[in-house]
Write a protein that binds this ligand. Sequence first.
Ligand code: ANZ
Ligand code: ZN
Length: 878
Amino acid sequence: MTAERYNARESEPRWQATWDEKAIFASKNDDPRPKYYVLEMFPYPSGRIHMGHVRNYTMGDVLARFMRAKGYNVLHPMGWDAFGLPAENAAIERKVAPKAWTYDNIAAMKKQLQRMGLSLDWSREFATCDPSYYKHQQKMFLDMLRAGLAEREKRKLNWDPVDMTVLANEQVIDGRGWRSGAVVEQREMSQWVFKITKYSQELLEALDGLDRWPDKVRLMQRNWIGRSEGLLIRFALDPATTPDGESELKIFTTRPDTLFGAKFMAISADHPLAVAAAAKNPKLAEFIADIKKIGTAQSIIDTAEKQGFDTGIKAVHPFDPSWKLPVYVANFVLMEYGTGAIFGCPAHDQRDLDFVNKYGLGNVPVVCPEGQDPKTFVITDTAYDGDGRMINSRFLDGMTIEAAKEEVAKRLESELRGNAPVGERQVNFRLRDWGISRQRYWGCPIPVIHCPKCDVVPVPDDQLPVTLPEDVSFDRPGNALDHHPTWKHVNCPQCGGKAVRETDTMDTFVDSSWYFARFTDPWNATAPTTPAVANRMMPVDQYIGGVEHAILHLLYSRFFTRAMKATGHIDMSEPFAGMFTQGMVVHETYQKADGSWVTPDEVKIEVGSNGRRAMLTATGEDIEIGPIEKMSKSKKNTVDPDHIITGYGADTARWFMLSDSPPDRDVVWSEDGIQGAGRFVQRIWRLINTVAPHLPPPGTKPDVANNHPSAKALRMITHQVLADVSGCIERLRFNTAVAKIYSFVSDLSEIADDPLRHIERDPIYGAAAREAFDVLVQLIAPMMPHLAEECWHAIGHGTLVTEAPWPKIEPALLVSETVTLVVQVNGKKRGDVTVPRAAQNADIEAAVLALDAVKAALGGKPVRKVIVVPMRIVNVVG
Ligand code: ANZ
Ligand code: ZN
């Protein structure tokens, strides 16, 4: 029988329809089997899926299909992170309503995702802009308000004085509004915040327990939370130099050991002392106004040139009343951290050093590195922040940094001024409360009403949801909700008088901070969750997404889950037991001589004797092949998943995404790569069709008792690859799983070529072959599910491979996982060592040198050489 080519275009929709009809992927909440929750970060409905989605969702799908076959009740839902600015921009640019734009995009992207053959439970689908979703978010906001987890706080915001609107940090470009070009001002306004800082310590400590998270993500979260232990010191101010009413300056330092290297004090432009001093000093007031213009973004503050203004005020050194330090207002001191004031020790802090070098204040090193002579050790342009011994520091001289910190803390703690100690140990966190107010239309309305009499009044629960009006216009800048002629005008629920709704909406990060919990029971119309169900189906066992969300989204979700616990909506603290951050999809870039980018579709590549050459297909014009970069619209190096699926089929795209590199690394999308995957699909199809007519019927059990060498050899290969691939999928090592399948297919091709009659003539061998081909089809099923169904059918099964339980590994058939090596010292046997079969020489050496017998035989002599004879002997030469 000659096999026809596998026709993905015909086959894939057919199997998708079959899965759909049987609702195979719909998980039931009363399913008694153990649950497994697989979740990929849900997409923003931009209109089209991109290759990053294909990679992300393929990985999750492999795991979901695998765990389903392993007998778990798998929850694998999908939804839409649907609020956000692009919908409003579309409304402004193209005059389409944000709602219509969003739902159209959702419909288009859903079709695309469905073509990928993902094992998703679409019955749980929702979009965060559905009132039936955000209604519950509003309820939880009110619960959090009552629990003291949501509050109003005055915050500085970027204000565009021309557009009369608040701008997000990223809308401020070089200090100007992105649309108006006006110089942006900082304005204090009341904002809603979530009190995430109540959980700073807990969020930090609990990271230790998240052992299925990448270390780098945990480290990023640790740094973001930014716990530091230090000392709060009250510096007395010299009364002769100080504005009325001010007598001391509180600072926070993590380096009290460096107090004798102090050269100046610096305070934030918003510090009360700066405000008081500016009231009497117009030049200072001008300076303050100036430095405030650079905006509030940390990155800007970190990179801006250090600037200061000497207020004339002097602070008194806590260990020496005759030592006076000038107080500057400086642009690198933030009001939001510590006390908004510092003492500057230039020798050991780079910012302070840059500052003194600009203003000619000099520096005195007080920590001397090991091996340096304190008499000659000087600092010029680079501050020294390493270890060493104290110098130039009176009673601290000779101490380690740690001892000096302790000594300073002890002395200042016991010294009183007024009746308070001068120094106080303090723990500070970088983490700020989460400001959630956004002056935007397309977001979840914050459900409160402002009444002139009663102040802030929560919208009563039975009036939820507060829905967005649909008749909005975007013909002027600012918040369309605020401009709406009637929406905000309401009667106060408390006193009945005239009042106005809050017109701010919630940060879209709120929407994505609990969607995973909603998926457990999206049908509950009266509450955000059904706690009994949420507690059973949560946490997410494996969450998969981009590393760009390593900090905010994951941290907010961890906080929100705790807030839901505090308000009775779920009974756990950590939402994601396992986290995986996948790499990006990258592609070559192509550029014309004039510098403009061209898409891969427009380019023809030729491989000649001096490498690859690119030209424009249409004109033959030479094209420069540029570096491989993240797929992006601006560089036009994107590849449209739809084209790939139409051209090659979803299975080919899925297979290539999994095969080419480790899932946490970037994968280079290439035409060669996708073609190779396509050829492999055809190869499997040919193999299956060649062998199918000769296999014994499904259900033929391999003979375990009979010692039949060739059947046993085949069964050993089969069970080894089964064990290997299962392990790889469990550990998300998809590329390794793919490599194992490639080699299995090569093995099976050999037996399929010639000894076909052997399969028929020898029933014991035939049964082993039946097992081998069944296993092959099951192994590819999580990755190439449509092809697998077609193959399963071709080898005679009347069932769906998607519903077949994962084959059982027979441990007796596994090639031993470990090897035992003889250990010799100078040629004499001293024992043996058992190591993993895959152990590297370095590991083997380490294991051998740790043996007591080896140490004894060496008798303290140094090791000159270790010779490893693979699988047999290790000889230590001493
Ligand atoms: C004196 C000193 C000497 C400092 C030295 C550092 C090195 P972390 O570790 O991030 O907590 N600081 C304190 N409040 C600040 C603010 N509001 N804006 C800018 N900088 C501030 O950093 C604590 C250190 O950052 C503090 O220790 C303080 O400078 C500075 F050789 O005090 B240090
Ligand atoms: Zn009222």
